[in-house]
Ligand binder design. Structure first.
Ligand code: SF4
Length: 340
C-alpha cells in the first residue's frame, strides 16, 4: 500500500458516515464487546441484536453473569444456536471474577486464556475495547484484505492469515486501532460483500483487485468438507398436557440443553426397540408428525418425529408452556410441529 495514512483517513471517514447503529457500538465496555463478538460467530447481525440487548439487561455486569445459574444463561441464549458459546461466555465471566478481580484483562495473552476466545476474538476485544493495535481477521476482513492486495492464497489457511497481518500492520499503525478494526469489518459487511459493490467503495483507489479487475475472482478459498448427515427418531411422549424431556450431557454438542427422547437410527423399528428399553413399557398410539431438518455448521440432523400418547412413564415430565430451561433450536422446531 503506497499511502497508508491516506487509506486510513478515507476508511475512517467512510466508517464514521456509514456505520450501522449497533447497540455495542455505543460503548467500549469490554464485556459488551466480548459478548457481541461471541454472539456474532455464526450468527447474522439482525438476529444477534435482540439477543444482545436482552442478555445485557438480564446480566448487566460480568459479576451478574458469573453468579447466574448455568440454566439461566442457556435460557438467555436459547434460539441463538451454537450453545457452546453460552457456556464459554459464562465460564469466562467466572474466570474474570476469580482471577482478575472482576476486571476484564487488557493483556492479549490473558484474553486468549479465556474459554472460547481464539486469535480473532482476542484481537477484536484488544483493539475495539482497549484501542490496542491487534489485527483481527474474521471472514469479512479476510475477504476485504484478499481483494485489497489481490492475494490468491487460500483464505482458510493459517499461513494466509499471517501474511494478511503483515500487509495490514502498516495500515493499522496509520489508524486509530478501534476504528480500523471496526471499519474493516463494516466495509466487508456492507460494501466488499461476496458480490463486491466497488462503485460505492471508499477504497477503490487503493484496491489492487479492483484496479486489475479481479474482484469477482477473489478471495480464493478451498472447498469446505461436506456436512455429515445424521437421521434420528424423536419420540414426543405426551401424558395429558405434559411431555417427557431429558437433559443432554454436560459436554459435546448442545451440552446441558433439554430435548425430547431421540435415538440415532434410520429405521423406526430400531428406534422403537431403544425406546421400549428406555421407558420400560409397551408403546402404542404412535403418530408421525413429520420430519425436521436442522443444519449445524458441521452436520445436518434429520429428525423424524413420532408422537406417543402414554398414560404413565418413569421419566420426568414438564409443561412446555412453563418449561424454564433451555431447549435446542432443533427441538423447539418440534414444538411448532406439534401445534400445526
Ligand atoms: S474496491 Fe471493490 S473489491 Fe476492492 S475493497 Fe472495495 S468493494 Fe472490495
Amino acid at each position: 500500500m503506497k499511502n497508508p495514512k491516506k487509506f486510513a483517513n478515507e476508511l475512517s471517514a467512510w466508517y464514521q458516515q456509514h456505520k450501522r447503529d449497533l447497540p455495542f457500538r455505543t460503548t467500549h465496555e469490554p464485556y459488551h464487546i466480548f459478548l457481541s463478538e461471541m454472539m456474532a460467530q455464526q450468527t447474522q447481525m439482525d438476529t444477534l441484536i435482540p439477543y444482545f440487548n436482552r442478555f445485557i439487561k438480564t446480566f448487566p455486569t460480568i459479576e451478574a453473569l458469573a453468579n447466574a445459574p448455568t440454566q439461566q444463561v442457556l435460557k438467555a441464549w436459547e434460539g441463538l444456536g451454537y450453545y457452546r458459546r453460552a457456556k464459554y461466555v459464562h465460564e469466562s465471566a467466572q474466570a474474570i471474577m476469580n482471577h482478575h478481580d472482576g476486571n476484564f484483562p487488557t493483556d492479549l495473552q490473558a484474553l486468549l486464556a479465556l474459554k472460547g476466545v481464539g486469535d480473532y476474538t482476542a484481537a477484536a476485544i484488544h483493539s475495539i475495547a482497549f484501542n490496542k493495535p491487534s489485527i483481527a481477521i474474521d471472514g469479512n476482513v479476510a475477504r476485504v484484505t484478499a481483494r485489497l492486495f489481490a492475494m490468491h492464497d487460500d483464505i482458510l489457511k493459517t499461513t494466509t492469515k499471517k501474511k494478511m497481518k503483515t500487509y495490514l500492520e502498516p495500515l493499522m499503525k496509520a489508524s486509530e486501532p478501534r476504528i480500523f478494526t471496526q471499519a474493516m469489518m463494516e466495509l466487508g459487511a456492507l460494501v466488499c460483500q461476496k458480490e463486491p459493490r466497488c462503485a460505492s467503495c471508499p477504497l477503490k483507489t487503493h484496491c489492487t483487485a479492483y484496479q486489475t479487475n479481479q474482484q469477482h475472482r477473489l478471495p480464493n478459498r478451498s472447498s469446505l468438507k461436506a456436512k455429515q448427515e445424521e437421521t434420528y427418531f424423536v419420540f414426543v411422549i405426551r401424558i395429558g398436557d405434559q411431555v417427557v424431556l431429558r437433559q443432554r450431557p454436560s459436554e459435546g454438542l448442545l451440552a446441558n440443553m433439554y430435548e425430547f427422547i431421540q435415538y440415532r437410527s434410520t429405521n423406526l423399528n430400531d428406534g422403537l426397540i431403544q425406546l421400549a428399553n428406555d421407558i420400560e413399557g409397551p408403546i402404542k398410539d404412535l403418530k408421525s408428525l413429520g420430519t425436521i431438518k436442522h443444519v449445524f455448521t458441521h452436520k445436518i440432523w434429520h429428525l423424524k418425529v413420532i408422537l406417543v400418547d402414554a398414560t404413565s412413564t418413569p421419566h420426568k415430565t414438564y409443561h412446555l408452556k412453563t418449561f424454564p430451561y433451555a431447549m435446542s433450536k432443533a427441538h423447539r422446531k418440534i414444538i411448532d410441529l406439534m401445534h400445526e
